[in-house]
Design a protein around this ligand. Structure first.
Ligand code: IPE
Ligand code: IPE
Ligand code: MG
Length: 262
């Protein structure tokens, strides 16, 4: 079964991922995985190439990984594509990345739609170029009724910025007299986050060896499991995803309580 699904979509000549996936109990899959796609620059530099080559290769890794998520019928996958801090990079790199996002949507949207993927963007999308904003809106509208993987792309996203915007929205209601401060609870705050319609993150995957959140989904990961790999993002694919999911399936999640079996 896995072979059939993954044969077409995974990395070529590599069936380790399929074998690993066969070991995973489908009932222990995460509902929501969040991926920090890191290490594009290091991957390219390691091969004596410029950073942009790594970003281009990173898009291929994203395509592979999304295909694997579709085959697994995961409920939600959120990826970190550009942080609110990434504007600190040289303008040439920022421009390259923005063009890459635009090309990605242009080339991949039809297939994602065919694959029943529902795509959404989170972050300060309104600060992106008008052209990219339009592509984003079109992609969201076109796939809004799709019932497959909920694929969320964080662009110009920062967890702290998201929280500030949520608090501002609550403060506006308090000022308008429609909300009492005492009635603010975590559920209400959550409803003002960009991810209000998504389940909490079960598993965070970060590639390329760094072990930090870098301002990604700081609220939503409160009880997430973390999985780190030294593999750079452009080398990520079905096999690494399978490893992460297999590891996740063995974790003992207690959410502050006690595991009844012990
Ligand atoms: C991740 O790769 C992609 C983005 C942050 C846009 P990097 O560009 O951060 O690559 P490294 O971490 O410098 O190797
Ligand atoms: C996090 O990676 C952001 C994305 C993957 C888009 P960074 O490369 O920006 O993170 P730091 O600077 O190493 O923390
Ligand atoms: Mg990085």
């Amino acid at each position: 079964m896995w072979k059939k699904i993954f044969g077409k979509t995974g990395q070529s000549n590599n069936d380790n991922g399929t074998a690993l996936l066969e070991q995973i109990d489908r009932n222990s899959l995460p509902r929501h995985i969040a991926i920090i796609m890191d290490g594009n620059g290091r991957w390219a530099n390691g091969k004596g190439m410029v950073r942009s080559v790594g970003h281009t290769a990173g898009v291929k890794a994203l395509k592979r990984t999304l295909k694997a998520a579709i085959a697994l019928d995961l409920e939600a996958m959120t990826v970190y594509a550009f942080s609110t801090e990434n504007w600190k990079r040289p303008p040439t790199e920022v421009d390259f990345l923005m063009k890459l996002f635009s090309d990605y949507l242009e080339k991949e949207l039809a297939e994602m739609d065919e694959d029943n993927v529902c795509i959404k963007f989170i972050g300060r999308v309104n600060e992106l170029s008008p052209g990219l904003q339009k592509q984003i809106r079109d992609a969201e509208q076109r796939t809004a009724d799709n019932t497959g993987v909920r694929f969320t792309v964080a662009v110009n996203y920062g967890g702290q910025d998201e929280m500030v915007r949520a608090v501002q929205s609550l403060a506006r209601d308090v000022k308008a007299g429609s909300l009492e401060p005492e009635n603010i609870d975590s559920k209400l705050l959550e409803s003002r986050l960009d991810t209000s319609d998504l389940p909490p993150v079960d598993l965070v995957i970060r590639t390329s060896g760094d072990m930090r959140l870098s301002n990604f989904l700081i609220w939503q990961t409160a009880y997430a499991e973390f999985w780190f790999t030294d593999t750079n993002w452009p080398d990520f694919g079905k096999e690494q995803l399978a490893e992460a999911l297999l590891d996740f399936s063995k974790r003992d999640r207690r959410f502050g309580g006690l595991n009844e079996k012990k």
